[in-house]
Ligand binder design. Structure first.
Ligand SMILES: NC(=O)c1ccc[n+]([C@@H]2O[C@H](COP(=O)([O-])OP(=O)(O)OC[C@H]3O[C@@H](n4cnc5c(N)ncnc54)[C@H](O)[C@@H]3O)[C@@H](O)[C@H]2O)c1
Length: 349
């Protein structure tokens, strides 16, 4: 016996990403702004001068990746229950990628899903984390292992917030911008080579192009069955570096920058990219003071750690390989000896 559930396809689940000054909006419903003390201290009054609601609550969770966990989700949900939020209520994520990922996840689970809006305040979250609907938290087994795909209703990207961002955090965001240009858009890459991102207008243009690039990929492959995985260029190597350095030495974007250099070296060895192209990417990363070198203590251990990557299976590592500048391929057939010989060039001896 079989029972068929004829669910209707959602034909239009699209949403807008506004890259401009936050508009003045009034919500005729209960709204909770989820943020942390640092972002609230710096920018909440600016936000509240633009966003108003029938009933508005501020939920503050501790700042930091180490608090991107179930305890913070419980804190958010508890507060929503206390204030009797219903399925028509709205959450607003106001902070960097940590706040965005957690708020989105809380929104996806509260009463089986309520709407949320992203107002990202770091460069990384503006160009990457706030776009595409991946939400989640970390646990003792690893990063982002618990979560859901839950798209926001809107994203408001206002470069005003970046004025208070520490330089290294800014660089970490640039690394993700370079990632998207190098793999998907040669013209955008050339724009970045000649751009002065200290100029607000130029930065805004770069943010727009990065968001468009990511949105275009997500529109083709929302749940990461294929193409979307290519956004992880630099991450297979980067995650191992983050792991080896216990997440203390490098910001995520910095580890990705080194990871891209390693992926490029592999692509050169495979004949997918010229050494001149690899050098251009390295130059662009160096222009924003991103790290581009790393000493691997033990090459075999480094290689084994690739298998911890979410994209890898038991016997094959999935690599995202740049093809020239502006193209990318996903492969799980890179020869182990080739990888080891590339890793050797980064070895301490
Ligand atoms: N969902 C996705 O698709 C996606 C993509 C990339 C990264 N991520 C996630 O994003 C997180 C990293 O995001 P992040 O780099 O924004 O880190 P973050 O959220 O930890 O922010 C970095 C630091 O900057 C502070 N901050 C935020 N805005 C500020 C501002 N305007 N001025 C000064 N300080 C400010 C934060 O409080 C924090 O201390 C990771 O957890 C990662 O897994 C998610």
């Amino acid at each position: 016996m079989q029972v068929n559930i004829p669910l209707k396809q959602v034909v239009d689940n699209s949403y807008n990403i506004t890259i401009d000054t936050i508009p003045k909006v009034h919500f005729d419903k209960k709204v909770a702004i989820v943020t942390n003390p640092k972002v609230a201290g710096l920018h909440l009054s600016y936000l509240l001068s633009n966003i108003t609601a029938k009933e508005l609550y501020i939920i503050t969770v501790p700042d930091g990746e180490e608090y991107k966990n179930q305890a913070s989700i419980d804190l958010i949900l508890e507060s929503l229950f206390n204030h009797r939020f219903n399925r028509k209520s709205l959450l607003i994520a106001f902070g960097g990628g940590v706040i965005g990922d957690m708020t989105g996840y809380a929104a996806s689970t509260y009463q089986r899903g309520v709407d949320f809006i992203q107002i990202p305040t770091t460069l990384l979250s503006q160009v990457d984390a706030s776009v595409g609907g991946k939400t989640g938290i970390n646990n003792s087994y690893g990063k982002n292992l618990i979560g859901a795909f839950h798209q926001p209703q809107e994203v408001y990207i206002d470069s005003h917030f970046l004025g208070t961002l520490p330089q290294r955090e800014f660089g970490a965001g640039i690394a993700e911008i370079v990632k998207m240009a190098a793999t998907f858009n040669q013209e955008f890459f050339e724009f970045l080579e000649n751009a002065d991102l200290d100029d607000k207008k130029v930065l805004q243009e770069a943010i727009k192009q990065a968001v468009e690039t990511k949105a275009n990929v997500v529109a083709q492959d929302e749940k990461e069955h294929g193409l979307r995985a290519a956004l992880n260029y630099g991450h297979t190597f980067g995650h191992v570096i983050e792991n080896e350095t216990k997440y203390k030495t490098y910001l995520h974007g910095e580890a990705v920058a080194i990871g891209m250099v390693m992926a490029n070296a592999t692509a050169v060895a495979m004949g997918l990219m010229t050494s001149q192209e690899a050098q251009r990417i390295k130059n662009l990363l160096e222009k924003y003071n991103l790290p581009v070198s790393y000493s691997i203590e033990n090459i075999q251990t480094f290689y084994e750690m690739f298998f911890l990557d979410k994209k890898s299976s038991d016997d094959a590592v999935t690599f995202i390989m740049p093809v020239g500048i502006g193209n990318v391929e996903i492969t799980n057939t890179v020869d182990k000896n080739l990888i080891l010989s590339v890793l050797k060039t980064f070895g301490v001896n």
